[in-house]
Every structure is written in C-alpha cells, then in structure tokens.
Design a protein around this ligand. Structure first.
Ligand code: FES
Length: 126
C-alpha cells in the first residue's frame, strides 16, 4: 500500500465490534461533493462486508434498530422499510421491491484489531 493509499483510509472502529452474523457497525463516510454518507459493515462467513446504508428501493437506511442488518435467519441483510433482502457477500437484492439491484459497496479492511474504510470517489453510484 502506498503512502497516498494509507491516508485515504479512515479508522471506523475496533474489530471486536463485529461478531460473525451479529450486529453491524454503522459509520460515516465522506464522499467528495456530497458530504458525509451513512455506511455499515458486517461480518459474514468470516469476511467483512461494507455498504452504504441506503436501500436500493428508496434511499433510506436499512437497519430497523441501529446496527441490526441481518434478518432472523442471519443469512440475508434486510431493509426494515419494505423487507428487501440482500446477499451479504455482494449486496445483490434477491427479494423484495428492488430485486436485481444492489447496495453500493464500500472498501473495508481489518488490520491489527482496527477496521478501516475508504471514502467513495465521485464515480461511485450512490
Ligand atoms: S425502502 Fe427498502 S425495501 Fe423499500
């Protein structure tokens, strides 16, 4: 990773905040020209996944309670408003009013117990 890349990443919290299939971590992500955007990350099948906290149906936040992104099965991310369900590993909506559309992914990494996210660029389709 170059020095420039290193500065592009933002610390968003501790790795301990994310248990497998448990509550997600909400965080803010700067987006050039659009201010701060809400995002979240979860741990699913041992892998961190992060997306903008914005449903593909209507741009509202997904979680029905802060950090509650998984449905009762723990297999899908679910939107609290109309029940769209998304695959955690790629953000694709597989059921509900926005089936076939996707959440906007956010780059994330974990290093020495710390979680990092990278701001979206202007080309991101949020
Ligand atoms: S706003 Fe998410 S399913 Fe309608």
């Amino acid at each position: 990773m170059s020095a420039a890349d290193e500065h592009a990443w933002i610390a968003i919290g501790s790795s301990e905040a994310l248990s497998e299939g448990g509550d997600g971590l909400r965080f803010e992500l700067p987006m050039p020209g659009r201010g701060m955007m809400q995002a979240f990350c979860v741990r699913h099948e041992g892998v961190l996944r992060a997306y903008l906290n914005q449903c593909a149906h209507v741009p509202v936040e997904l979680d029905w309670q802060p950090g509650r992104f998984f449905d009762t099965t723990g297999l899908y991310l679910i939107c609290a408003t109309h029940g769209a369900v998304y695959l955690p590993d790629n953000g694709l909506c597989v059921g509900g009013p926005c089936k076939g559309r996707s959440l906007v992914p956010v780059a994330i990494r974990e290093e020495a117990g710390q979680l990092w996210a990278r701001p979206l660029d202007r080309g991101s389709s949020a």
